[in-house]
Design a binder for this molecule. Structure first.
Ligand code: FE2
Length: 286
């Protein structure tokens, strides 16, 4: 087995998003614009309400998927088509924006810790203008595997014979939330040509002798597996992998298409109130 080594490491940059929410961004910054099929990773985490209370009021998306994973706290999703979703600690929401969604993501708490991730996953050209869809996963619906010094929540893909609940059919997504005790070791096979990264959100870890500091994203070289060792304080991290789409990416804010013309169309549609074509179907799991 060829163990993947670190190709690039990006320390998170603080960014203000939505109506003034403070997020740690790695993927989707000038240091790493995209990692096909992944477009952006935001880690939000604060126990200061001033840094999250304003939330993400109505905003559009077109051409890709957003995957939100809540670690702590409570958010409410509402969209212009009347869907309402609850995101609770440990739960997740897979939203295929595709042809267009306008929604808000607002905190349902006024104090305490709010912590989680939002990952943007690209869609192939054939799907960019397809109908939107949501899937919401309750915390209990996400399988967990406990082992020696580790606990793994399998959001998508497979680990130790457990299959995750989220299916991202165009990228064959793997998304694991891994908690490691002090000096514990974690490994998992990965498809060799898939893009893969890990992001440490608490504690510290290493791959070989290379440190994975807190709030850093490490892009992994090709190889058919990854092995991560926790440091003396243990580690909490996500490991994400997926099959690249291999198409041109043209992005303007919340619109991600294949050509400039398609971006201009998205901007016109938004301006003319035509971004939302179809009401999204919503499925709740668990
Ligand atoms: Fe959004």
């Amino acid at each position: 087995m060829t163990i993947r080594s670190i190709q690039q490491q990006i320390q998170a940059t603080p960014v203000s998003e939505g109506a003034g929410v403070s997020v740690h961004r790695t993927l989707g910054t000038p240091a790493l614009k995209h990692l096909d099929p992944f477009l952006m990773l935001d880690h939000f985490g604060s126990d200061n309400p001033d840094e999250y209370i304003a939330g993400f009021p109505d905003h559009p998306h077109r051409g890709f998927v957003t995957l939100t994973y809540m670690l702590d706290g409570h958010m409410e999703h509402r969209d212009s088509m009347g869907n309402r979703g609850d995101l609770r600690a440990g739960g997740a929401q897979w939203m295929k924006a595709a042809s267009g969604v306008i929604h808000s993501e607002m905190p349902r708490q006024s104090n305490g810790l709010m912590r989680g991730f939002q990952l943007w996953i690209n869609l192939p050209a054939t799907e960019k203008l397809s109908d939107p869809a949501y899937q919401e996963f309750a915390p209990e619906a996400i399988p967990e595997v406990a082992g020696e010094g580790l606990r793994v929540r399998v959001l998508a893909g497979e680990y130790a014979g457990q299959r995750g609940v989220i299916d991202d059919p165009h990228t064959d997504l793997l998304y694991l939330d891994v908690e490691l005790a002090a000096n514990a070791r974690f490994s998992v096979p990965l498809a060799s040509a898939y893009a893969a990264f890990t992001y440490v959100y608490a504690g510290g870890a290493r791959i070989d002798q290379n440190a994975l500091p807190q709030h850093s994203l490490s892009v992994l070289r090709q190889g058919d597996g990854v092995a991560i060792n926790a440091g003396p304080d243990g580690a909490r991290l996500i490991l994400v992998a997926g099959r690249p789409i291999g198409e041109p990416i043209v992005q303007y804010g919340p619109f991600v298409m294949n050509t400039r013309e398609e971006i201009e169309q998205a901007m016109r549609d938004y301006r003319d109130g035509k971004l939302v074509r179809v009401k999204a179907a919503m499925t709740a799991v668990g």
